[in-house]
Design a protein around this ligand. Sequence first.
Ligand SMILES: [Zn+2]
Length: 491
Amino acid sequence: MVATPEIPVAARSKYEPVIGLEVHVQLLTATKIFCSCSTRFGAPPNTNVCPVCLGLPGALPVLNRKAVEFAVLAATALNCRINETSIFARKNYFYPDLPKGYQISQYDRPLAEHGWIEIAAGGVKKKIGITRVHLEEDAGKSLHEGFPDSGEKTAIDLNRSGVPLIEIVSEPDLASPNEAHEYLTRLKEIILYTAVSDCNMEEGSLRCDANVSVRPRGQKEFGTKTEIKNVNSFRFISQALEYEIDRHIGVIESGGKITQETRLFNSTEGKTYGMRSKEQAHDYRYFPEPDLLPLVVDEKWKAEISQQLPELPEARRQRLVRDYAITEYDAGVLTASKSLADQFEAAARTAKSPKRVANLVQSELMGRLKAKGVEIEQSPISMKGVAMSADLVEAGAISGKMLKDLYDLAFTRNKDFPTVYEEEGRPEQSHDTSALEKIITEIIAANPKQVEQYRSGKKTVLGFFVGQVMKASKGQANPQLVNELLAKKLN
Ligand SMILES: [Zn+2]
């Protein structure tokens, strides 16, 4: 639970939050941005290092071409304008995990600017501006625990030093913690589609800082902002923002002033704490990196990179709705990851009826997943399984009722459809007329009242008989055949 300070609703509604996000995304290059050391996560400490990323005197950086390509690809997917010339700059500060005493980043001439992504905010689409996307190197990592002498000492692991990052800075266009959450979800989805990062938050491949302020509704000027640093889940970012917005309102309402500062979120307590006064850009003494040439991405290179851009989630959602006549909601679920959308489309394309695959996903799979509380990625029934079941129904081999039963078994046993289908001995719906005729004769004999109703013109009673026959055949009968035989017998 978030321990928000007590703010009366009336006071809260007087103010409007203004939120901007800075997202760091680690690029999936094999080697670091300015040297050929491996970027592999989880290697023993200080094994992926060299004079460049250790910051030894005289070592010179060489820019990784792949990192530039990934950054341009991501920025293009975020609708940014790619600057033909961008400049690397030194951002000077001291930290134990930054051996050079500066980080190579980009400052007044970043790689890309003026982008946007679209989010759904309370049922309406809203464009969130992206101020810039720039390239930079990561710092190392201070380890405060995990060693026998951790009580007295801090260890430094420089494997991460020099790993390529892009920083994606949003405009202060987000007006609530919900919008911030939605923005991050959409942003992550887009980055994952471009495959330039795995966006793994536990491993730090995606990190987010949030800037937040409040202002009286209708006021143009921004209030004083605070920055919340290094929150490691989207849910915690929403919580931290909620807490921080209420804190701002509380301070202002009681006549106080917000100090510009950097704060940390304690997820156990649901509170933020002041960490340090917020540094200004001039504190970093940025200047152009003298050891690197200006980065030039000309039209030809830019065009080559854009060709690798896959169909992005929003476009794909719209196409799936169009091509397979599924709901927007289901298209949203099916495009949650590129691999899932690929699987769905592959299954739908090879199946006899793509529409039936889509229908089964919508009518039989989603509800069961929801009831079980699992995501579609953990579904016991794969898209291939759905396609197989769709073909069996299409061919008349199994009935809709049998399919439902097999899906239930697949979920109970946590096994895929083809496995359950085999385990159940490849059940088939009955096309055996003589057995069915016997059942029908019995049911007609047992229900004289309904027979009379039917014969006196109440044809809807047929449905009752079909139901009885299906039940007696344990759902194995072919409904069409049952209908035909019943009609014949009753007339
Ligand atoms: Zn290195």
